[in-house]
Design a protein around this ligand. Sequence first.
Ligand code: HEM
Length: 375
Amino acid sequence: MSKEDRKVIAAALAAFILAGLSGVFFRWGMNGGWLAGLSLGNIRHAHSHLMYFSWAVPSLFVLLIPNDLIVRRCAWAAWLTGLLAWPLFLFYGYTAGTFGPVTMPPAVAISGLVMLIWYGFVWRWIQLRKPDPLAWAAVIFLVASSIGAWGISAVAPLGLKNPVWVESFKHMFLSYFTEGWLTLGCLALLVRRFPLPPSRLFSIALALLGAGVATAFLFAMPSNILSPAIQWYARLAAVLSGVGLGWIAVGLWKQSSGWWRLPVGALLTKSFALVVLGPWPTIWWADHHQDRILFLHLLLLGIVSSTILLMALADDHRVARPFFSASIVLILMLIPVSTVWVFPSVMALWMPAIGLFSVLPVLAAVPVCMRLLRT
Ligand code: HEM
């Protein structure tokens, strides 16, 4: 990886630190701390959008297409726009503000701009025509997720009154982005690092995964707006993508070693959750906020963030060991407040502890950021 690409990832990691601090601030507020008049919802939006826009997206851009000036420019533009969006989400969330003669939701407007920058990367990807099926699938899901986002803004002008439309577009956007773009993008990077022998089974696994991810967004919607038949279909989609993901992850596990087993192990855990908890009749994780947070952070810290750092640091990962350990601790700490926890509730005791431990990955990211800047 070139020095210029590493600088992008260092800047993205600085955004991770700011976004992580916003997450710590959220936990502080949740435990009764002073929030300076800001709403918890807005802090959560500021955290999640900065993590996505300025940490995950620019890093994946330069890792999927390294050493390319156009891609680097797209990555810097995405990073900067994400940073500009952070205070807007913090102060306005999705609501409108008045700026001179104009009244509009500023954070929503800037998010539209972010997606136009993504299209710059997609255009470059198409131009280069890389023979990489997993990365192609990731890029297709990036475009599909942006269509979901445009769909949300089209619901009102099209007069679609049933709330299922907004929910479908919203979850299409979120699921295609996380389960499609981010997961498949990281899987593509891991398979580049640990090539799996081409086989018919690999193609079948990829097809199952793609088909599952394409419809798994239904599983992220509240169950009360879906008919029982659609719910079972969504569960089937979860199982399909879990089987496809699991098959590829087992292949990666056999080839990898050391800290590379962190994202691969998290992939295996995710596929296990999809296959076993997907069809579990009493579990519908979109209905339980803490389940969603656990499942999201298993993916975003355990798979996405660790894959980005492992790729960026090449083969000397020592400086990132505290970060990896802190991420594992934070993910494990989210289990006792989820419905996966079958023992007596420890919520009251545990929430302040999670708040305290949330700061660990943020602190551990600082030396990694310095290293990336120096090398
Ligand atoms: C330093 C590590 C991190 C900390 C301390 C942290 C903290 C938090 C907190 C406190 C919440 C809100 C929880 C709630 O609503 O109960 C949250 C939600 C979320 N975080 Fe993180 N997080 C971290 C890493 C990440 C990463 C790496 C990403 C993405 C790349 C991410 C994306 C999200 C998303 C998408 C949500 C859910 C937003 C929603 O429900 O609207 N987080 N995180």
